[in-house]
Design a protein around this ligand. Structure first.
Ligand SMILES: [Zn+2]
Length: 254
């Protein structure tokens, strides 16, 4: 690589902001069954078609003080928040793993998790149209990162999906089938680190379940928790600390 790492981190940040801008469209439109491709971005209050200068991630929202330029309706701060998170996570992935296939796979995973978590929190749904292509791309990038060990991401993706699939069959109320498909993407990108990622997701999910049970009593049983945020949290930790966690587990219990 001729350009310094800082250049690639900046490129990833800008591309991440642009993907984040598309994610804001996806989290609004996908649950409503609207097309993600057309028409272009509009004000959800008055239908005003956004002009190019109103579409600059984060900046437009700040310059227009979070209001539609046409009707003055408030534009939720979650739009710039989704864009900032996407830009920041993509930059962080490249800063950590470099402008490599491994960095690309990590950035892809993080960029996809942002809208998936938001949609799961709001609607208890996980969009196949985002997760399945991302799983295929994530697998391709992970194989390209280390072709001689191509079977690691393949086995991790299949293993994670089969594991969650069996749990889903045994206890369908505990998670959705969307989580099973999301596991394909997580396994493909995380490889062996999928094991600490799933362990963290289940432990944190169970802890929150216990807290809800203590606070709400029997009513908590009827409160289904979206599982994607826990899977995303586990993946985030495992992306950076996965090998260290596997080491620690091996030394402590091996
Ligand atoms: Zn408007």
């Amino acid at each position: 690589m001729i350009a310094p790492l800082g250049y690639w981190v900046a490129v990833a940040g800008v591309l991440g902001l642009a993907v984040g801008s598309f994610s804001t469209l996806a989290v609004y439109r996908w649950p409503r069954g609207e097309s993600l491709a057309a028409p272009g971005s509009r004000c959800t209050a008055c239908g005003h078609a956004l002009r190019p200068f109103e579409l600059i991630p984060v900046l437009s929202w700040l310059l227009l003080r979070g209001r539609c330029r046409s009707c003055g309706a408030a534009v939720s701060p979650r739009y710039p928040a989704i864009e900032l998170a996407s830009g920041g996570l993509a930059a962080l992935a490249i800063a950590t793993f470099g402008p490599t296939w491994r960095g690309v796979a990590a950035a892809l995973l993080l960029l996809v998790l942002v809208p998936v978590v938001v949609i799961d929190l709001e609607h208890r749904l996980i969009p196949d149209v985002i997760v399945l292509p991302a799983a295929a791309l994530g697998l391709a990038a992970a194989v390209a990162a280390d072709p001689s060990c191509w079977w690691v991401p393949v086995a991790a993706a299949a293993g994670a999906a089969v594991f969650l699939g069996l749990l889903w069959l045994a206890y369908p109320a505990g998670m959705g089938f969307g989580d099973v498909k999301l596991a394909l993407l997580l396994g493909a990108v995380l490889g062996a680190s999928i094991i600490p990622a799933l362990a963290l997701a289940f432990v944190s999910g169970a802890l929150l379940g216990v807290v809800l049970l203590l606070r709400l009593g029997p009513r908590a049983r009827k409160t289904a928790l979206p599982f994607a945020p826990f899977l995303a949290g586990g993946a985030l930790v495992a992306l950076w600390a996965g090998p260290a966690l596997i080491d620690w587990y091996g030394r402590s219990f091996g």
